[in-house]
Ligand binder design. Structure first.
Ligand SMILES: Nc1ncnc2c1ncn2[C@@H]1O[C@H](COP(=O)(O)OP(=O)(O)OP(=O)(O)O)[C@@H](O)[C@H]1O
Ligand SMILES: [Mg+2]
Length: 367
């Protein structure tokens, strides 16, 4: 099977080199029974790749059992994994199969593996080595044929260093390590993801939604701390809130966690190793995002104040108008600063004609 076909079949989006490399390894390791460790920040697609490995393996027609090791109370985890014998502890009213037995012939996906206690880690290592274990309270050995895929968003090496994770288990697991990079280091995939979520959302019944070009730039430049999950949520929320079907910069700004405050601009993600022009463009863009955000907040504040004071308080409204003018002047000064006083470029960035910019420069007394 070709990589493209594989991606289509298993719903893996992305054309970046990073995704291609991951797909290559995934296709290769899926055929064997070797354990795989999938690492990466939250929301990067660890589960997507775990499913693809299972579904592309000879185990595809058997179960893929997913266990979130962090979500099961410590006291129950061993019994959940290995099962128990009736009467082996208070509450064990029946014999019970654990996930290892349920996954027999298939794959066991141990998500958040760093959350396992050291005791359970020992037992897991033993099963990995022998494919044998005992149900809690039982003296007979159970043999299974299970492939293990483990995942974590923690740095396991660091967990090993701080003695929270056994190094022997770590070495065993990391023989094949799929490290899925964060979305911000494969920005080339962002628009494809955005359009995919746009098309496939249940909100998009009429297929009438579009992302404005300027908004695309915003999405590409944003840092996506929550990775693909965040992108998906942002697209769906923007769609749900949109009145026109056109998702523009204003539709997205309130949904992104762009830091504000005096240091706001400096805290925005800055990418190095790029040609200086592209950095310049990015700086300008970031400045404009900040200004737009301020404007939106101000508009919301003005609306709120108006509705709070009613329509009789003329002074309050007048104040808001004055403040908007100040902001407009600031926006113009910023745009000029970032374009090194190139008025045509500044007008372009501000979304107004050059003629209007000249008029405003005169009005505000800017040279
Ligand atoms: N390459 C991809 N192609 C298509 N969808 C993806 C891809 N990567 C991630 N997604 C989507 O992004 C969302 C998050 O992915 P997933 O649940 O696999 O992340 P995760 O790494 O397991 O996150 P967590 O650490 O929080 O469990 C899901 O809706 C998933 O379908
Ligand atoms: Mg997950």
């Amino acid at each position: 099977m070709k990589a493209e076909e594989f991606q289509k079949k298993f719903g893996i989006i992305g054309r970046s080199k990073e995704i291609h490399d991951l797909v290559d390894i995934t296709m290769q390791v899926a055929q064997s029974d070797i354990s795989v460790l999938i690492t990466g920040e939250s929301g990067v697609g660890k589960e997507v790749f775990a499913r693809a490995i299972h579904n592309f393996s000879r185990r595809a027609n058997k179960e893929l059992v997913s266990v979130n090791c962090g979500a099961i109370p410590e006291s129950l985890l061993e019994s959940e994994l290995f099962g128990h014998k009736k009467g082996s502890f208070t509450g064990a009213t029946d014999d019970r199969k654990g996930y290892f037995e349920i996954a027999d012939g298939g794959t066991l996906f141990l998500d958040e593996i760093a959350e396992l206690t050291l005791m359970t880690q020992v037992k897991l290592l033993r099963v990995l080595e022998t494919q044998e274990f005992m149900r809690i309270g039982s003296e007979t050995v159970t043999k299974v044929d299970v492939r293990i895929i483990a995942a974590t968003n923690k740095d396991l090496q660091r967990e090993v260093d701080s003695k929270k994770f056994r190094h022997d288990l770590y070495f065993r697991l990391k023989a094949v390590n799929l490290n899925i990079p964060p979305l911000r280091s494969r920005r080339g995939d962002i628009i494809e993801f955005a359009n995919h979520f746009l098309k496939n959302s249940s909100i998009n019944r009429t297929n009438g939604f579009k992302i404005a070009k300027e908004a695309e730039k915003l999405l590409v430049n944003y840092n996506w701390p929550g990775n693909i999950r965040e992108l998906k949520n942002v697209i769906e929320t923007a769609m749900a809130l949109s009145k026109t079907g056109i998702l523009d910069v204003d539709s997205f700004i309130p949904l992104l966690t762009i830091e504000t405050g005096t240091d706001g601009l400096r805290n925005l993600p800055v990418h190095i190793n790029r040609p200086p022009e592209s950095l310049d463009r990015e700086m300008i863009y970031r400045a404009l995002i900040e200004i737009k955000k301020d404007l939106m907040e101000l508009k919301m504040f003005a609306q709120k104040t108006q509705s709070e004071v009613g329509s009789v308080n003329f002074n309050s409204k007048l104040n808001e108008v004055v403040r908007l003018n100040i902001l407009e002047k600031d926006a113009i000064i910023n745009a000029l600063y970032f374009t090194k006083h190139n008025k045509r470029k500044a007008a372009n960035l501000l979304g107004i004609s050059e003629r209007t910019l000249y008029r405003k420069l005169k009005d505000y007394g800017i040279d």
